[in-house]
Design a binder for this molecule. Structure first.
Ligand SMILES: [Zn+2]
Length: 248
């Protein structure tokens, strides 16, 4: 499958055409052949918001779950610009879940289930404050083996790594810009009773570009953004440092 908006739109219509009902982590039991769409926003909130709006415009009426990080070094959810982006995602009708990075709190050797639970509750509160809506589902960012084995439950919050979403559902992901299994074939095969699809909006464009180019553009745009932020915060920046002097 190509990493383009058109290819993704086509995947959605194939999912529906082959009898799957696009649903979420709360309602999957009420439909036959559920398909949960999960998006992890690991790096680029801007692209996620654009993807969410594209998806909301589809005639299939897609409601997906976008998992965002509170502890990211790539985006700050408390900035005005990013709050606007996340509110655009909420207005598009999608659910916002917490993407949680346990490595911000502990190493695998010092895995501490109690501390992790506390940290999840704390980050959920931050996120609820920002989106002005309850947060009811959490997904892990690069979960450790210890976490996966622990079958952890959170009070009032669904763990998207609950074994059920992997055992009863066929889980397919585009991690590292690579569908390890042929997602379109699996959908068309109609053999799976339930689908759990993880996508990363950062990989998708109008026209496909390779992973090297995606990452290169991402780093360059961050460099320009940093200069612009500096310009907003420092008088006469141009007289001290010109954007042309920076390699980005
Ligand atoms: Zn992640």
């Amino acid at each position: 499958m190509y990493f383009t908006f058109d290819a993704y739109k086509n995947l959605i219509s194939e999912i529906v055409k082959h009898g799957y009902a696009i649903t979420d982590y709360h309602s999957y039991q009420t439909v036959k052949k559920p398909c949960i769409l999960r998006y992890d926003v690991d790096m680029d909130l801007k692209r996620a918001a654009a993807f969410a709006e594209m998806e909301a415009g589809l005639e299939e009426g897609v409601k997906a779950t976008y998992f965002v990080l509170v502890s990211s070094n790539f985006y700050n959810l408390f900035s005005r610009e990013n709050q606007e982006l996340i509110h655009r995602m909420v207005r598009s009708g999608h659910e916002i879940g917490l993407h949680f990075d346990e490595k911000k709190y502990m190493t695998e050797e010092n895995f501490d289930a109690k501390l992790l639970k506390k940290a999840v509750v704390r980050e959920v509160k931050f996120l609820e404050d920002i989106i002005e809506n309850p947060v009811k589902v959490v997904s892990m960012h690069r979960p450790s083996k210890k976490f996966l084995e622990s079958e952890m439950e959170f009070e009032g919050i669904i763990n998207s790594y609950d074994s059920m979403f992997f055992q009863k559902f066929k889980y397919i992901s585009d991690s590292r810009m690579n569908w390890r299994e042929p997602v379109e074939k699996i959908v068309a095969g109609e053999k799976e009773e339930a689908l759990h699809i993880l996508t990363h909006p950062i990989w998708y464009r109008e026209n496909e570009v390779d992973m090297h180019r995606v990452l290169e553009e991402f780093v360059r745009s961050a460099c320009i953004e940093r200069y612009e932020n500096l310009d907003d915060n420092l008088r006469d920046l141009n007289s001290i440092l010109k954007i042309e002097e920076i390699i980005c």
